[in-house]
Design a protein around this ligand. Sequence first.
Ligand SMILES: [Zn+2]
Length: 331
Amino acid sequence: MYNILVVATASMIALAIKGRMEIKREMNLKSPFVIEDTPYQEKINGIGLNVNLPPMVRNVTSKIERSFSKDKLNTFYHNVHTLRVTDDVKKLSVAERRKGIRLMGVYLPMENAISIDETCVNEKIVAHELLHMSSCKRRRNKYFQGFCQGNKNNNVGDGLNEGYTEVLTRRYFDNGNFSKGAYTTEQFFALCVEKLVGRDKMEKYYFDADLKGLMRELQNYYSDREIESFIVGLDNIFNYKSTRNKELRVEEIVRNSYVEVASFAHKALLINSLNNRDNKAVRDYQNGTRLIAKIGDNILSEASFQSAANELNKRFTDEANEILRSKVYRR
Ligand SMILES: [Zn+2]
């Protein structure tokens, strides 16, 4: 399988540089990035939580500890006792507010620190950032965080990772309310992947920071090209949504990314309904296809959506026919 991906860097990674925060917001296209196997991590048992944490952070860490089975908590235990909490993000949000951006929380993977603006933070934001902590490993200058891998210049899998982090936040800290709020588009596409892989395995890959393992699992259903186009495409959409870069070249990339991502998700929902053949799976498929179209409308409202829609319709029909002919759904 190809290891080199062409990827747009994350637009909203806050980097702490010598005590000063900086947001990367430009879309740096076409930097190659190698996806690696997740670093080995020694097994450790629960070693107690960091008692110096602020009360809300400590509450959320103990809720994470109660919510997941031990085999998913190894990375959590590796990080939680050295976690630092700062309020640097507050300084940042003051400067950024004029531009209409307010960052309420951020996790810094290389420093194992969360930074929260305690004037507006709530349990869900803390949970989201602590889930990043619970799924973050490091090797040399590189971090492996959930379904994302990166360094200070570049990363891959950010869109899928933010989506799934928010799925877990909603599932365990908001009674499974997926419908509104942050990263709804990314959440939807991450849930499509989870339907194929299964919840337990998907959570395990996430907490192991094992993007490569997830990609191998998806090879049961997809070609390498489809898997890579999905991951990179979701990164592009994620970046585009936060930057709203209307440059023609970028819109073209986003339009193509949408076609790839939507096509991948459509196939996931179709295989899921064929695998299960129950009412819920069929409903998921029907609602899912409607949602895919709606997401397209939102993302590409100012781009040439009609041609993307035509292209998609053709691909959906071709793919549905191919799946129905093949035996792939019997896996
Ligand atoms: Zn996040």
